[in-house]
Design a protein around this ligand. Structure first.
Ligand code: ADP
Length: 325
């Protein structure tokens, strides 16, 4: 194999650059040329394609976001658009592709593989919502950002004797909320995968208030709003205020969670997964997605990952949130 491409697709995540660098460097080590494809799958069609040299990726390891740009390109669901993409990749001599993104991006990678371009998917998302991997690239950095923010919110909440509902990202997954809940010592954590025990939580918060506690942090996963378990962070804050006695505010952390320099953990994870993707491609393998399980790099059939494997958050950790409150 002489030349491969790399692109980032879907929502961006810190550590994507570390993955791009690992793919580029380990391919170059094997004498394989690497083309950057800009702005996700749309960059194939618009031929935003450039051959990378060793120095092009020399300072991106610590940068947040993705230097390749990411984009949503729904047209890629159309077979004729994918066929046109295959022709363009052929024209540029690109024989295989590493796709860094979420499960939507994996679907595109699987379909391209079926058209003869071997693709390998790498899990790049802060949400940790991809089947077959314990951690996704970007999760640890987002978690760190959340914990730093919640620590600050707790300082001011405590000064004013307030409770604070903090909405965190995660799409339909509760992982960020669970890990943030434990790391920040939250009084309650709401995730979409579990029924809300709202009356108990309200009762606990009232007890805490009555006992003289000066602050309370409630972590709310955005998935709870998406699936209708909670109307809004403000509505939950109002309920808490009425039932517990705490003056309560709501904070939506928003896109701050997607930015920032990746943590060492995310850099190492991205480097391991990126190098593994290249080793699969060099062996002529495609249609696989790469992940880490119990600290070992693993790979799976993308179809299997998308159709039969389901991401579940660590519910033992969710229970731990309430055990140590
Ligand atoms: P993520 O990869 O983070 O899950 P999306 O679901 O938005 O994000 O998918 C990213 C991109 O992957 C889409 O904009 C589209 O270009 C491509 N994609 C998503 N679903 C499909 C599909 N069913 N078929 C082909 N391409 C797809």
């Amino acid at each position: 194999i002489k030349r491969i491409g790399v692109l980032t697709s879907g929502g961006d995540a810190p550590g994507m650059n570390a993955a791009i660098r690992a793919v580029a460097r380990s391919a170059m080590k094997r004498g394989i040329e690497v083309c950057a494809i800009y702005n996700g799958y749309s960059g194939i069609l618009s031929e935003e394609i450039k051959v990378l040299n060793h120095n092009d990726v020399s300072s991106i390891l610590k940068q947040g976001g993705t230097v390749l740009g990411s984009a949503r390109f729904p047209e890629f669901k159309q077979p004729e658009v994918r066929q046109a993409a295959v022709e363009i990749l052929k024209k540029h001599g690109i024989e295989a592709l590493v796709v860094i993104g979420g499960d939507g991006s994996y679907m595109g990678a699987k379909l391209l593989t079926e058209l003869g371009v071997n693709c390998i998917g790498l899990p790049g998302t802060i949400d940790n919502d991809i089947a077959g991997t314990d951690f996704t690239i970007g999760f640890d950095t987002a978690l760190q950002t959340i914990v730093e923010a919640v620590d600050k919110i707790r300082d001011t909440s405590s000064s004013h004797r307030r409770a604070n509902v903090v909405e965190v990202m995660g799409r339909n997954a509760g992982d960020l909320a669970i890990w943030a809940g434990i790391s920040s010592g939250a009084e309650a954590v709401f995730i979409p995968e579990q029924d809300l025990s709202l009356p108990e939580v309200l009762e606990q918060l009232k007890k805490a208030y009555d006992s003289g506690k000066r602050h309370a942090i409630v972590i709310l996963a955005e998935g709870c709003i998406k699936n209708g378990l909670v109307e809004s962070p403000e509505a939950l804050a109002k309920l808490i205020e009425v039932h517990s006695g705490f003056e309560t505010r709501a904070t939506i952390l928003g896109h701050i969670q997607r930015g920032g320099s990746p943590t060492a953990f995310d850099r190492v994870l991205a480097s391991r997964l990126g190098a593994h993707a290249v080793s699969l491609i060099a062996a002529g393998i495609g249609g696989r997605c790469v992940g880490v399980q119990q600290n070992r790099v693993v790979d799976f059939d993308i179809v299997e990952a998308l159709e039969t494997m389901k991401h579940v958050p660590a519910l033992d950790l969710y229970n731990l949130c309430y055990e140590i409150v």
